[in-house]
Design a protein around this ligand. Structure first.
Ligand code: ADP
Ligand code: ADP
Length: 235
């Protein structure tokens, strides 16, 4: 599904990623674990081309990701992002926020006018049901708690009907109980819908609890790869 070879990223004379080789299987739930500054975010941003690699290649479904318009469009269509700070629009309703996940799939005029066909509204509602927020659809998103906002972020990503979800520290701003709820919904996306999920985390406890395969990153390199049972506190 995702094949990464020799990926490096330099910011000025600082190496944020150095020679990353990584394969991610279809439907896998992969945890990328590492401290702040390890390069986790840069890795995700290289996959969806929010950031241009300095070296190396990334293939998604056998197609090389590049910065030309066609490749970018295809990547943005297939890859959804979930962010630490949710990136929801506070003044919009929960439903409208989830519908923004549909914009890329709609004819450009409708998308420009933000007129949503019934089918898209139904998809949005189904995605909200998955994260158990269907009854909050009409509420303004800024009335929700942090955990609920992140569940809206997950529903928006699901509404995009992506092949891949990249979650960049999705629970870094949440308390432990809420974090576990959010990670459970993310894991369900891979288990029930077959979506390939890469989830960046810096807490070893959550990696142990939710990770099936864990890749430890430190100083821009992969320093560990394996199951949760192989995880020592040194990672
Ligand atoms: P993580 O997600 O693991 O916290 P990042 O990928 O965000 O790590 O950052 C890795 C390193 O690259 C950090 O030292 C960070 O300061 C640096 N970095 C990230 N983005 C930029 C940028 N746009 N310009 C310069 N340095 C950056
Ligand atoms: P808003 O501006 O309404 O907060 P975003 O731009 O954060 O919305 O996201 C809208 C939709 O596009 C979401 O489904 C999100 O997952 C997706 N998305 C945003 N940025 C990217 C990206 N770089 N690659 C792939 N999908 C993205």
């Amino acid at each position: 599904m995702i094949r990464i070879r020799g990926l490096s990223k330099r910011y000025g004379d600082f190496d944020a990623l150095q020679g990353i080789d990584l394969d991610v299987a279809p439907g896998e739930f992969l945890v990328v674990l590492g401290p702040s500054g390890a390069g986790k975010s840069t890795l995700l941003r290289c996959i969806n081309r929010l950031c241009e690699p300095s070296q190396g290649e990334i293939h998604i479904d056998g197609r090389r990701v590049s910065s030309d318009a066609g490749s970018l469009r295809s990547v943005r269509r297939q890859v959804a992002m979930i962010f630490q700070h949710y990136n929801v629009v506070p003044r919009l309703s929960v439903r409208k926020n989830v519908l923004t996940g549909r914009l890329g799939t709609m004819p450009s005029l409708l998308s420009w006018l933000q007129i949503f066909p019934r089918k898209d509204v139904d998809i949005a509602q189904e995605c909200l049901r998955r994260v158990e927020l269907a009854e909050k659809a009409e509420l303004r998103t800024d009335t929700l708690s942090g955990g609920q906002k992140q569940r809206v972020g997950i529903a928006r990503a699901l509404a995009q009907q992506p092949k891949i979800i990249l979650a960049d520290e999705p629970v870094a701003s949440l308390d432990p109980k809420t974090s576990r709820t959010v990670l459970r919904y993310l894991k369900q996306a891979s288990q029930e819908l077959g979506i390939t999920v890469i989830c960046n985390l810096h807490q070893i406890d959550y990696a142990r609890e939710f990770g099936e395969r864990i890749v430890g990153v430190s100083g821009g390199r992969i320093v560990f790869e394996g199951g949760p049972q192989g995880l020592t506190d040194e990672v």
